[in-house]
Design a protein around this ligand. Structure first.
Ligand SMILES: [Zn+2]
Ligand SMILES: [Zn+2]
Length: 391
């Protein structure tokens, strides 16, 4: 009976008022408190700089640490870096690694279902912050699926002292730095409250905005979207459609020019052996996925638009489909052949690599033509559907 009452009190949907107050006060103090302080006391260069440094460190603690390292094991690193990322991540005050990763892994495996803690199907607000300020069900509050992380010393230590580490790193240290240059309140407002507001809502936007606005290049059936815009203030986490499709990849912005500083730092550190075993989806697999995503949309269009468009375009789509399948098969065989050559001798590796890149380019060009044709068919179906029926 007592258990039943507890569950009732902790019902999903009721508000956790402590969290409501904390998550209201932080941005209020961060935005208005800092604004009033600047109005009265002006700005000194140390304050925006301190905000930027702590924003970068705590943001990277979340993206490089909590997300790509601990949740997805997209790469490996040494214990020292694990500890650093744990400390920086704690400064973001987004809960412990164990709880964050538990929620996040469920978000991926159960996306868009009732079990997804920040499911977009329950609305933009719920995915953004509602799920944090509401009481979750007993099941949602449970930490699960993170046994593998419990052997890590940084994770075990953080689980005991999370709040202390977060408060010292996120508030006490900026305050102490502020004392050094004579404006402790300024440092606390800029690098404590305002910085935390930015870090929090940037992460929250990945769960809300990146399941709402943007492209579905890799998986049309997923609500996750690629948004270069969100990437600009989340250290590269905006490419969320790609990420949901290939969550184990250490990159989120897969194109070399896609703004993803987390990816660049992980890759950069690998040249010094600090990070290693970087997981990367092969280019041919990514391309095949992209093309399949267009085909899925076309076949779906045929299904819902009756026989008219099917009659007009089906044979053309089928022949392009076959052609692309053949190309992907050849590309895959070519990759195996080159991998064998590369594993043999190191003396000619540069030449072999150059030849491999040239071969890849050829396949990409041919597949690109097929993609343009398929996209052309898709747009002509869309435009014809929009035309008024004159018959
Ligand atoms: Zn997501
Ligand atoms: Zn993820």
């Amino acid at each position: 009976m007592a258990e039943k009452t507890l569950v009732k009190q902790n019902q999903k949907g009721t508000y956790n008022w402590n969290m409501v107050v904390v998550l209201t006060l932080i941005p209020l103090i961060g935005v208005f408190g800092t604004g009033i302080y600047v109005y009265n006391q002006g700005v000194v260069w140390q304050e925006p700089l301190l905000l930027f440094i702590l924003w970068f460190l705590s943001g990277m603690g979340i993206t490089m640490g909590y997300h790509r390292l601990f949740s997805h094991k997209a790469y490996k690193t040494n214990v020292f870096v694990e500890w650093l990322l744990m400390i920086f991540g704690s400064m973001a005050l987004e809960n412990t690694i164990l709880k964050w990763c538990s929620d996040h892994r469920i978000h991926h495996t159960k996306a868009e279902t009732k079990e997804d803690p920040y499911s977009i199907t329950e609305g933009f607000w719920h995915a953004h912050i509602g799920w944090i300020v509401k009481n979750g069900s007993e099941e949602n509050n449970r930490v699960r699926g993170v046994k593998d992380l419990k052997s890590k010393s940084a994770v075990v230590f953080q689980n005991k002292y999370y709040f202390t580490i977060g408060i010292i790193g996120g508030f006490i240290i900026p305050l102490a730095i502020g004392f050094i240059y004579g404006r402790p309140m300024g440092a606390l407002l800029w690098a404590g409250f305002l910085r935390l507001t930015i870090v929090h809502h940037a992460t929250f936007f990945i769960n809300s905005m990146c399941h709402y606005f943007g492209r579905q290049t890799y998986d049309i059936k997923s609500t996750a979207r690629d948004s270069w815009f969100v990437s600009w203030f989340t250290f590269g986490e905006g490419y969320h459609n790609y990420h949901h499709k290939f969550q184990w990849d250490y990159r989120n912005g897969v194109k070399w020019f896609a703004y993803d500083p987390s990816k660049w730092i992980i890759k950069g550190l690998s040249f010094f052996g600090i990070t290693y075993d970087l997981k990367e989806v092969k280019e041919n697999v990514i391309e095949e996925n992209k093309l399949n995503n267009i085909k899925v949309q076309l076949f779906e269009m045929f299904k819902i638009s009756g026989s008219k468009f099917k009659k007009m375009y089906y044979n053309k789509v089928e022949s392009l489909n076959k052609k692309s399948e053949q190309l992907f098969e050849l590309w895959s065989d070519m990759e195996i052949k080159y991998a064998e050559q590369l594993s043999k001798g190191k003396s000619k590796n540069k030449e072999v690599l150059r030849a491999l890149i040239a071969e890849r380019k050829k396949y990409k060009e041919q597949l690109n033509r097929i993609r343009i044709d398929l996209q052309g068919i898709m747009s002509s179906i869309k435009s014809q559907k929009l035309k008024p029926n004159l018959t």
